[in-house]
Design a protein around this ligand. Structure first.
Ligand code: BGC
Length: 532
């Protein structure tokens, strides 16, 4: 953290996303768990992160990797116990690492006791009112209530034996909760308090733009059968099931709860909306603290796109009155090494983009394994893929969820309990042998040591974190800007080396994303931090 007051810690924090199932395996059964996270806290401390964000570890049948919660107040036995959570959070705090948990309010698991009660109850019952049950259209109700499509492909409605249909914007195992029902709201106030009382520092709000649906549930008027999948409209055109004005009432109820607790408890929204103005509405003194900005992640590896997005994001931050967030990889997208070309070139570019990201004002979210330079695993056997969208659309997010390689050999890699019998729940590629954390430890040029150096400098230099970006004139393909006091950042994405002399720059190099063979000359696909 830099100079921010304690309650504002999140404004320029580096937050490390832990995907618990794949991060570290404490009991040797091949699945990551909270004991595993606890065991790796010293590693995270040395890496230099300010906070961890844990993807869901709650009781769940894992129909969507845990984003289908069966009990919001307990830990799935595969991930440990509440006592394991407490021990992990307490150790994290002792090491100065904050803990953010994922909250999934738009839908529960179909195995949640409420949904099981709803299925057993009659149409129109209070049990059904906790979810979005409707009668169907057509003579016998044989048609779904409208044309809404699931984000994971196919229609967003499933019919139950008595003829009614229930809404699921994601998989059928993820029924949407009815947020017009006060009982649902009260329940989630209790869930927030449950985790706040256990000491969590914040929440990542899953599908924060969901929950409230347009009155009357009007059809979109376009489906995969005619104009392309509805999900393609997400983030660019209004949809009747996302970003409805009523969702803000929910956050206005949540904010006073967060504010009751000391120490700067925060919430970050995962909100896909169609304009900066709409995004701004989620942020502020009476709603959430920040929202993910996915534009940087979605951009091509290209100087012009990066510059446009940096300018747009900073302008949006001014509009919302909160620093923006930066992210290059997460559990839903191909890892950035692979997006940028994979192999040596992909890694080189990924490191350049990372160093660029870490120099920008605002908070930065890292995804577990990116500090090892991991690539997307593209050749997983189909039968091992678990992403619910894979069966429906052929698109799979499993390749970025392969367990992390820790040990010197892949054999011992994921389990750090030497007596453990399990093998990782998804197979690690043989070429990760050279990318294990242990293998990278002693190599000064390794991606792990590069991340450590970047995060250390970011903590030490007051110029990085908050503040402004002042662009410096530069040739095509080169981004150069000043961060006061005293840091200049240059990213060369041109197809030739550039000299600092031609940019009119001088100073002491602090860090480069890849080795620089000729001092004063920045090779292509490289970022430099310069003291000057
Ligand atoms: C999460 C996904 C999840 C979906 C449904 C997204 O925001 O990041 O991993 O599949 O919500 O909960």
């Amino acid at each position: 953290m830099t100079t921010q007051a304690n309650d504002d810690w999140w404004r320029d924090a580096v937050v490390y996303q832990v995907y618990p199932r794949s991060f570290a395996d404490g009991d040797g059964d091949g699945t990551g768990d909270l004991q595993g996270v606890r065991g790796k806290l010293p590693y995270l401390r040395e890496l230099g992160v300010d906070a961890i964000w844990l993807s869901p570890f709650y009781t769940s049948p894992l129909a969507d990797g845990g984003y289908d919660v069966a009990d919001y107040r307990d830990v799935d036995p595969r991930f440990g116990t509440l006592a394991d959570f407490d021990a992990m959070a307490s150790d994290a705090h002792a090491l100065g690492i904050r803990v953010i948990v994922d909250l999934v309010p738009n839908h529960s698991s179909d195995l949640h006791v409420w949904f099981q009660q709803a299925l057993a109850a009659a149409p129109g019952s209070p049990e059904r009112e906790r979810y979005m049950f409707r009668d169907g259209l057509g003579e016998t109700g044989e048609l779904p209530p409208n044309d809404w499509e699931s984000i994971f492909g196919g229609r967003a409605w499933t019919r139950v034996p008595d003829g009614q249909w229930y809404l699921h914007l994601f998989a059928p195992e993820q029924p949407d909760l009815n947020w017009e029902n006060p009982e649902v709201r009260t329940e989630f106030h209790g869930v927030l308090r449950f985790w706040l009382d256990r000491g969590v520092d914040g929440f990542r709000i899953d599908v924060a733009h969901g929950m409230i649906k347009a009155e009357g549930l009007p059809s979109v008027g376009r489906t995969s059968d005619d104009g392309g999948r509805q999900v393609e409209m997400l983030g660019s055109e209004p949809l009747p099931y996302f970003d409805q004005d009523g969702v803000h009432d929910i956050y206005r109820e949540w904010r006073p709860i967060l504010d009751e607790y000391p120490g700067g408890r925060m919430a970050v929204a995962e909100a896909w909306v169609d304009s900066p103005e709409r995004l701004a509405r989620y942020i502020g003194r009476d709603e959430l603290h920040q929202a993910f900005n996915f534009d940087f992640m979605m951009a091509e590896f290209d100087a012009e796109s990066f510059r446009t997005i940096i300018d747009k994001s900073l302008a949006e931050a001014d509009l919302v009155g909160a620093p923006t967030t930066w992210v290059l990889s997460n559990h839903d997208k191909f890892r950035h090494v692979t997006r940028y070309g994979d192999g040596v070139i992909g890694l080189r570019r990924a490191r350049a983009a990372t160093l660029l990201m870490l120099s920008l004002p605002g908070s930065a979210y890292l995804y577990n394994g990116e500090e090892l330079g991991l690539n997307e695993v593209l050749d997983l056997p189909d039968e091992l893929r678990e992403d619910p969208s894979f069966k429906r659309t052929g698109e799979s997010r499993d390749g970025c969820r392969v367990p992390l390689p820790w040990g010197g050999t892949l054999e011992e890699g994921f389990r750090f309990n030497p007596d453990g019998q399990g093998t990782p729940w998804l197979p690690q590629p043989a070429k990760w042998e050279s990318l294990t954390a242990q293998a990278q430890e002693s190599d000064p040029e390794s991606t792990l040591n590069f991340y450590r150096a970047a995060l250390r400098l970011r903590r030490e230099l007051p110029a990085l974190g908050g503040g402004k970006v002042q662009w410096i004139d530069s040739p095509e393909g080169v981004l150069a800007f000043r961060r006061d006091p005293g840091v200049v950042v240059v990213t060369n994405i041109a197809d030739r080396p550039v000299t600092l002399a031609e940019l009119g720059l001088s100073g002491t190099p602090l860090l480069t994303s890849s080795p620089v063979p000729t001092p004063g000359t920045l090779p292509a696909d490289t970022t430099l931090w310069l003291l000057g």
